[in-house]
Write a protein that binds this ligand. Structure first.
Ligand code: ADP
Ligand code: MG
Length: 825
């Protein structure tokens, strides 16, 4: 494809674009190879539990116990299915997440600009990029207005490089070239696409475009280490037991005992449970419009103590509606404006030339809409002007400027932005300024968002500068609070989470919105200028009791986060612009915007709000709390479950007895435990008062002392009941089969009681999966105890009524007693 140097290139035609798409294929990475079934099964078979099972089955085979071999091999099936199901679910979740990350870009085809999914880009396409955008394909710059690009994704160096447009007749140079995946940090420009998909520099690297970071969360790492330690201990104990029993009873018995021991002791579910909780959590959050980019966010969300939020678009709708204008020293409503259209075209045309031609921001969209309503042909109007200089909206000066040449070869600079800035840079005298400020205040007080408009005459070749502007007027727009935000604020405040509003808007506008949404706030409001005068210690003090910060510069967000963190707060911070990136990185939970946000902000954040809505943050916090809470329940259950298994495996050794259980029993127990803990507790609804509790301290361990007490009481209680039965029937009365049956039965029944009784009643009845698991377990237990045909398999025997009652009533008494003890304490 030949290089396009014609500066007024208007993009491809639709038909060309379609043909090129067929020729070059979509601008996307070819999907990676899917894991085959065989590979998956192989992966699962390599897990410790499976290996133990297989080893045991083989030993039984050589001992001639064909029945045991067959049962063990069959029991592999449900376990495999479970794992398979789990893996598929996880993969599904990841796939859905991948899909959510659709990239869009502004493409110009036949002179018309449109938002296009980046995967439809083709070589030859003309795209428009502005500060904060990610570049979607490789290409070269046709027109540049101060483009600076962060290429760290390719080079690893985080310095931005300044790039310029190609010149006619000069060869394409590196400085004219831009690459897929890099980000625009400053300026704006037009790019011609050269390479797409796998042909781009980034594509050649073969890295995945954007993926949830799969680094282990801090807690996950801890659990991983713990489990590894325990596993090593377990193997040592198992080997020891195998050795001792081999000496007294021969190698076959010895090996079997060792394997049984290892099965009972290795806590392999723990890390599995944890990662399933995380990935399912991430997936559920996606359905609630929250995209998690870093797994650790799931853990942190539940501990958030402060949410620092934007106003525009997050607390408010972010849809601007022009309500009034201020022009020639008069505030007029739109009815009056429409009546005398002619008198107002100057204000509107000045607005059009000040704001961006490619309307993305709601302010720009509304200005163009109204100009059209007044009968201005916006497209034609822009065509009569040539853009000479451009500086996009800067949240520091809070202005946007353009220099245009009109068809009379005259040059003008047009500037729009925060009214205070426009007044400051205008050449109005102080008396006029004070008069106009009064008008402004009245409007800010009502919550309006005001945009000031100005211009000045310049000469050819002049650069944009902000002095001596002619003040033209104001566009006065409304942006009401979003529905649902008020409730979300209330919920936050109940949950002990402080809300801080940080906005680029005016104090009074911010205050009005805070009142409307019922946000608790200090009446004294700081603005950016006042903030910049505070020294760090003063700021450290002020952040403890000020809740609204207005006309803030993005850099100040960083300082606010830092000060809050020094007080030990866990800070969630929203941001959308390029300059918000440092604050987003600094915050414990950096939150960027899916609709409004820039790619630069997104890359710096741990999570993305797909609907930009404040209420969604609160939903995510709640979800974070729920996940953590259920994780606790699940781990409490797992620990309580493992103590008796370990206890009953070890206790007989001290009494010089044979092992009570065989691998088959252990497998049976695992088959209750795994689905219950992994999938059952994960779907648990939030406890009803979860959002009435203060945030969980981050230093608090997953299992706090109170939970340890619960675990130890439950675990030892169940062990005691079960072992007492065994002792009574097997040792005192010499009936090993009977002892095993009652011990095993009571163990299983205790677990069911644990699942059912240890939670809130509403949770129990809402969780059908856990009820189903419990029902199935009881059914199976009944079958293996009362069906004599199955006795040889499980080495059990039938119970009479009295024994059966013992087996049910004692665990119940134990579990209830423990619940009572824990209530009293
Ligand atoms: P917020 O934190 O409320 O999003 P911003 O920093 O985006 O505030 O905007 C600050 C002020 O700058 C606004 O009150 C408005 O007057 C002006 N402004 C915002 N966006 C634009 C824009 N795209 N073009 C011109 N002026 C803007
Ligand atoms: Mg904004």
């Amino acid at each position: 494809m030949s290089i396009i140097t014609n500066k007024s290139y208007k993009g491809l035609t639709i038909t060309d674009a379609e043909a090129l798409l067929k020729q070059y294929g979509p601008n996307a990475r070819k999907p990676g190879k899917q894991k085959t079934w065989l590979k998956r099964i192989w992966g699962i078979a390599g897990e410790p539990m499976m290996l133990l099972l297989l080893a045991t089955a083989i030993i039984y085979y050589f001992l001639g116990d064909k029945l045991e071999t067959i049962i063990l091999l069959f029991s592999i099936i449900p376990i495999m299915l479970m794992e398979f199901f789990q893996e598929t679910k996880t993969d599904e979740a990841i796939k859905i997440l991948d899909k959510m990350i659709t990239e869009y870009c502004m493409v110009i085809r036949m002179g018309k600009n449109q938002k296009l999914e980046a995967k439809y880009l083709v070589p030859g396409d003309l795209i428009y990029v502005t500060a904060g955008d990610k570049i979607s394909a490789d290409g070269y710059i046709l027109n540049s207005y101060g483009l600076s690009i962060d290429e760290s994704i390719l080079t690893g160096e985080s310095i931005t490089v300044i790039k310029g447009a190609i010149k006619d007749g000069v060869e394409l140079k590196e400085e004219n070239q831009v690459y897929q995946g890099t980000m625009v940090t400053q300026g704006e420009g037009y790019i011609v696409v050269e390479k797409t998909g796998d042909n781009t520099k980034y594509g050649q690297l073969g890295t995945l475009l954007e993926k949830i970071e799969s680094i282990k969360t801090p807690l996950q790492q801890k659990i991983h280490n713990l489990v590894q330690m325990v596993a090593v201990g377990a193997i040592i104990i198992a080997a020891f037991v195998a050795l001792i029993i081999t000496i007294s009873n021969g190698w076959a018995k010895g090996l079997l005992s060792g394997l049984t021991m290892a099965m009972s002791l290795i806590p392999e579910e723990f890390p599995v449970v944890f990662s399933v909780f995380l990935i399912m959590g991430v997936w559920r959050m996606t359905k609630q419009k929250t995209l998690i980019r870093e797994m650790a966010m799931v853990e942190l969300l539940g501990s958030a103590t402060v949410i620092c939020t934007d106003k525009t678009g997050t607390l408010t709708e972010g849809k601007m509606t022009l309500e009034k204008i201020f022009f020639h020293e008069e505030v007029l409503n739109l009815e009056e404006v429409k009546k005398h259209q002619k008198n107002f075209t100057e204000l509107l045309t000045t607005s059009l030339l000040s704001l961006e031609q490619i309307a993305i921001d709601p302010i720009e969209i509304e200005a163009q809409r109204f100009a059209k309503e007044l009968g201005i042909d916006v497209d034609k109007f822009y065509e009569e002007h040539t853009l000479e200089e451009d500086s996009p909206f800067s949240s520091d000066s809070k202005t946007v400027s353009h220099i245009w040449k009109n068809n009379k070869e005259e040059y003008f600079q047009y500037t729009a932005g925060a009214p205070e800035s426009i007044l400051k840079y205008s050449k109005l005298n102080n008396q006029k300024k004070t008069e106009i400020e009064k008008v402004l205040e009245e409007n800010f007080d009502k919550g309006y968002r005001v945009i000031g408009i100005a211009n000045k005459k310049t000469q050819r070749g002049d650069k944009i500068n902000l002095n001596n502007l002619n003040f033209i007027g104001f566009l006065i727009m409304s942006d009401p609070p979003r529905s649902g935000v008020k409730e979300a604020i209330e919920l936050c405040q109940k949950a002990g989470i402080r809300i801080i509003m940080i906005t680029g808007d005016n104090k009074l506008t911010a205050h009005n919105i805070a009142e409307q949404i019922g946000m608790k706030h200090n009446e004294e409001i700081y603005d950016g200028t006042e903030l910049s005068k505070l020294d760090p210690d003063a700021l450290l003090f002020e952040v403890t009791h000020h809740d609204i910060f207005a006309r803030v510069q993005p850099e100040q967000k960083y300082l606010i986060v830092e000060s809050l963190q020094k007080h030990g707060e866990i800070v969630a911070m929203t941001g959308d612009g390029v300059n918000d990136a440092p604050a987003l990185k600094k915050a414990n939970i950096g939150i960027s915007m899916g609709i409004r946000g820039t790619e630069v902000a997104r890359a710096a954040s741990g999570m993305v709000l797909m609907d930009d809505n404040f209420a969604t943050i609160v939903g995510a916090v709640k979800e974070g709390r729920r996940i953590y809470d259920n994780l606790r329940q699940s781990f409490t259950f797992l620990f309580s479950f493992h103590i008796p298994i370990v206890g009953l495996a070890i206790l007989p050794l001290f009494l010089n007895q044979n092992l009570i259980f065989t691998p088959i029993h252990i497998i049976f127990l695992e088959l209750i435990c795994d689905p219950a803990s992994v999938l059952g507790f994960e779907r648990e609804k939030a406890r009803h008062n979860l959002m009435h509790e203060p945030p969980r301290p981050t230093k608090e361990p997953l299992i706090n002392p109170r939970l340890w007490l619960k675990i130890i009481l439950q675990g030892l209680g169940i062990t005691a009941v079960s072992f007492a039965f065994y002792y009574h029937f097997a040792i005192t009365h010499g009936n090993a089969e009977l002892g095993r049956t009652v011990a095993f039965g009571s163990l299983v029944i205790s677990q069911i009681f644990l699942i059912l009784i240890s939670r809130e009643w509403e949770q129990v009845i809402a969780n059908r999966l856990l009820l189903l698991i419990s029902g199935l377990v009881i059914l199976f237990l009944g079958l293996i105890i009362y069906l004599p045909a199955l006795h040889p398999v499980f080495k059990l025997t039938s119970l009479n009524l009295k024994q059966s009652l013992y087996m049910i009533v004692w665990p119940l008494i134990m579990v209830l007693a423990i619940k009572l003890i824990l209530k009293i304490k």
